[in-house]
Every structure is written in structure tokens, then in C-alpha cells.
Design a protein around this ligand. Structure first.
Ligand code: PHE
Length: 487
């Protein structure tokens, strides 16, 4: 059967950038920059981008395009048993999308709350009590929150209809979901930097503290951010590249995708910090304190408050949450598409619509656990363990398999045959040695930290179930699936 194709080169880049640019650019990057040395964080960030991000993205694009199949098929063509790497990648991705969609469901609810600024003065109380109905501790699961569940159904319907025909529909959807959030980001940026107090925020963001560079943790944070932000090790970029023609350019696409993604992160930092600067000035809360709020708190507690203080608050609030949802959706459906590609490769006669539907339904059902009153706690643990270990482990195996078994030099010959920008032997060295060694160090230091202190201060039992247990299940399932899928 003829493989589906992207309708143009531009659409492929849009889809790849759409996957890379997500919630991580808006709330993870600026927060890391503030925490780890302000402007000086850009140094480890850019070093890791050049050392790990771009070379690995080239690898994923190349292997998918060369093999013309998704992650599982790509690795099994190197060696049968290696399909487990592909399974590990897409299973981890499947878990990520199950909670990523829940965060998008919160964003969807907040679009409605934006009309009339329903969160009032106590945005923290509103988010945790009125929206999440959070239970006092992780051991009380409570019940499913109905509004979040309904919003989650809508989010999954949006995801499903974005991918139901595979890359054909993805190609049409990204024409909107890639540029729209960027335009909204620019609107919010202009609004942010023209507010009084903005400059204090920007100074905090950019003022370099070079001492931070001596701290190994800063380098680790930069490395895992690069992984996460480029959507590496989930089989996404492999799947997307498998829909390219075999003669398409690789290295230029990878470099373009990476630079656009990081550019958007850096711009997002200006938008976020100028707004925080304004808020600090008008509310008297110290800027440092605001900047320390990461993840959910930044988007659902600090930002709603900052937005309410502005003239035309509702307009900017709606823009902010529409931006988050349109940013998130192409990352979310790229994960589903990575899974659907693997299933479709294996069962090419099953209709694409049906594969997409079943993967979406499964993702929705898995995500229900995160809509319970203790959902945020579960989400926090699962996120930590998947991003600290699942991803890193897949990255290690991926570079070893391609570098040593397939042959970095062989793949590079192919890349240079089809690409305008030729890459040198340095790439082989990075893939075979430097990246796996760095990733192993990251892996070990993570294990060391998690063994010396239970993550997040949760009771050990829950970290064992949602963290280690979940990882173990993914690992076991990957090995089993690779045994059963032998051709
Ligand atoms: N790259 C996305 C972001 O920065 C997150 C993501 C990771 C999406 C992995 C898909 C897979 O938000």
C-alpha cells in the first residue's frame, strides 16, 4: 500500500514545530531560566541544544525517513528485538498524552472562566478548590470532577478530529494550530512589555548569574528541557519523518525546527516575565516569589491574577488560554499520531479512522484517573518519572542502536546524500559516545536523587505505584510486545 505523504515540505515543518512548541515552552522554559541563573541559563540551554537536541532530531528524522515506518518498525529493521525501544517510546508517549490532555481540559475550562473573570481575587483558591476540588492528600482519591471530565471529552474529540485521517488531516490542522498561538503570543508580548514594571521582570529574566553555571543541576535541567521541548524519544519525530519522501532534506529541516522552537521559548520568556514584573509592581508581591511558581501555578494561579489587573482583562485572558490550548493540541496529537502510526504499520488494512479512534478512546480512558480529586498529585509523579527516566532511557538505547548497530556513519552518508547542509564526522562522535554518556550520567544522578529522597514529599507507597511501578509496567510491556510482534 502506498504510504501517506505530507502535502508539502512546509507542512512537515509546521507539524514538527507544532509538536515541539507546547506548554513546555510557555511555562517550563521561563521558569527554568528564572530558577537557574537568569540570562546565564541560556548558555547550558544552547550548549545542550547544539550537543544533544539538534543531533538527536537529525537522527530521528533520518531513521524515520530512511525506514519509512514508525518507531517500532524503524528499530526492528535494525534488529528484530530492538522493536522494544520503539514500544518503550510510544508507550511513554501514550502516558504523557493521557495527562497532557487533562491540562488542556483545564485550559478549556479557563477559556470559559475568562469571560467575566470568574476566578475573582483568590485565583489560588479558585484553581485548587473550585476547579480541581483537590483532596487534602494523595491518599484520598475522591471522585471524578465532572466539568473536567466533560472538558476532557471535548479535548479528545478535538485531538481525534485532528488526526483521524492521519497526516492528511494533521496537515490541514497545523496550518491553524501552529501560527495562531504564535500570533497570540506576540499580542501578549506587546501587551506585556508595554506595562509599567515590565522592565523589572525582564531584568530578572535576563540578568545573568554566572555562578549558577558551576552547579551541575543547571546542566541537567537544561538537558532534560531540550529533550522535552523537542519532543524527542517518543517516536513522534520518527513517525512524522516516515511520511516524508525518501529523498527529502533532513538536516535543514531539523535545524529549522530546533531554532524556531527555541526562538519561541525565548520570546515566551519575555512575555511571561514582563507580565510578572507588572504584577509585582501593582500587587506588591515580590517578583522572585512570582517567578518561582512553576507549571500549573504559573498558568492557572499567577497569570489569571495578572491578567485581571490589566485593562480589557477578559480579551487578554481569552487570548492567553486559547494560546495555551492551540499550543498544546499539536503536541498532544503528535503523540497520538506516533502511536497510531505504529498500529497502522502493523495492521495496514485496518482503516486509519478506526486506529485513530481506538488510540484516542484509550488515551481518554487512561486520563480519567487524572480528573479525580487527587489527580494533580498523580499527574505530578507520573510526569516526573516519565520525563526523568522513560525518555532518557529511550534516548540512550536509541543512540546506541543507531550509533553502533545500524552505524552512525552509514546513516550520515544517507543524510548527506539528501540534505543541503552536510554534516561532518562530529555527528558520529556525538551519537556514539557523547550523547549516551551524558544521558547515562543524567539517568544515574536522577536515580541517586530519587533514592535518597522520596519525590515531592509524597508517601513512599504512592511514588512506588505511580512512579517506579508505572515505569516497570512500561518496561515490561515494551519487552513483551517486542517478543509478540516478531515477524
Ligand atoms: N514538546 C512539548 C512541549 O514543549 C511537550 C511534548 C513532549 C509533547 C513530548 C509531546 C511529546 O510542551
Amino acid at each position: 500500500m502506498e504510504r501517506d505523504r505530507w502535502s508539502s515540505k512546509l507542512i512537515f515543518i509546521f507539524a514538527a514545530v507544532g509538536s515541539a512548541v507546547g506548554l513546555g515552552n510557555i511555562w517550563r522554559f521561563p521558569y527554568l531560566a528564572a530558577k537557574y541563573g537568569g540570562g546565564a541559563f541560556l548558555i547550558p540551554y544552547l550548549v545542550m541544544l547544539l550537543l544533544i537536541g539538534i543531533p538527536l532530531l537529525i537522527l530521528e528524522f533520518a531513521i524515520g525517513q530512511r525506514m519509512q515506518v514508525g518507531a517500532v518498525g524503524s528499530f526492528s529493521r535494525i534488529k528484530q528485538r530492538l522493536s522494544s525501544i520503539g514500544f518503550g517510546a510510544v508507550l511513554s508517549g501514550f502516558i504523557v498524552v493521557s495527562y497532557y490532555a487533562v491540562v488542556m481540559a483545564w485550559c478549556l475550562l479557563y477559556i470559559f472562566y475568562s469571560f467575566g473573570l470568574k476566578w475573582g481575587a483568590d485565583t489560588k483558591g479558585f484553581f485548587f478548590s473550585n476547579v480541581l476540588h483537590i483532596s487534602p492528600n494523595i491518599s484520598q482519591m475522591g471522585t471524578v470532577s465532572v466539568p473536567i471530565l466533560l472538558a476532557l471529552i471535548v479535548v479528545w474529540a478535538l485531538i481525534y478530529f485532528s488526526i483521524w485521517k492521519g497526516v492528511k488531516s494533521v496537515g490541514q490542522v497545523v496550518l491553524v494550530t501552529m501560527p495562531l498561538p504564535v500570533i497570540l503570543l506576540i499580542v501578549l508580548l506587546i501587551r506585556g512589555i508595554t506595562l509599567p514594571g515590565a522592565i523589572d521582570g525582564i531584568l530578572l529574566y535576563l540578568k545573568p548569574n554566572f555562578k549558577a553555571l558551576l552547579d551541575i543541576e543547571v546542566w541537567q535541567a537544561a538537558m532534560s528541557q531540550i529533550f522535552f521541548t523537542l519532543s524527542l524519544a517518543f517516536g513522534i519525530m520518527i513517525a512524522y519523518a516516515s511520511y516524508q519522501h525518501e529523498k527529502s532534506d533532513i538536516s535543514k529541516s531539523a535545524i529549522t525546527t530546533s531554532l524556531l522552537n527555541s526562538g519561541i521559548s525565548i520570546v515566551a520568556g519575555f512575555a511571561v516575565f514582563s507580565t510578572l514584573g507588572y504584577m509585582a509592581q501593582s500587587s506588591g508581591v515580590p517578583l522572585q516569589e512570582l517567578a518561582q511558581s512553576s507549571g500549573p501555578s504559573l498558568a492557572f494561579v499567577v497569570f489569571p491574577k495578572a491578567l485581571s489587573m490589566m485593562p480589557f482583562a477578559a480579551v487578554f485572558a481569552v487570548s492567553f488560554f486559547v494560546m495555551l490550548i492551540t499550543l498544546g493540541i499539536d503536541s498532544a496529537f503528535s503523540l497520538v499520531e506516533a502511536v497510531a502510526t505504529v498500529v497502522h504499520d502493523k495492521y495496514p488494512h485496518v482503516k486509519r479512522e478506526h486506529v485513530s479512534l481506538w488510540v484516542s478512546v484509550a488515551g481518554f480512558l487512561t486520563g480519567i484517573v487524572f480528573t479525580t480529586n487527587a489527580g494533580l498529585y498523580y499527574l505530578d509523579i507520573v510526569d516526573h518519572f516519565i520525563t526523568s527516566y522513560g525518555l532518557v532511557l529511550v534516548g540512550i538505547l536509541e543512540t546506541l542502536a543507531v550509533g553502533w548497530l545500524y552505524g552512525a556513519a552509514k546513516l550520515r552518508t544517507y543524510i548527506n546524500e539528501v540534505s543541503d547542509i552536510k554534516i561532518g564526522i562530529w555527528w558520529d562522535v556525538l551519537i556514539k559516545l557523547v550523547i549516551p554518556v551524558l544521558l547515562v550520567l543524567l539517568f544515574i544522578s536522577g536515580i541517586y536523587k530519587d533514592f535518597s529522597q522520596v519525590y515531592g514529599g509524597y508517601p513512599a507507597k504512592y511514588v512506588a505505584i505511580f512512579g517506579w511501578g508505572m515505569l516497570f509496567v512500561v518496561l515490561l510491556a515494551s519487552v513483551f510486545l517486542s517478543l509478540f510482534s516478531e515477524e
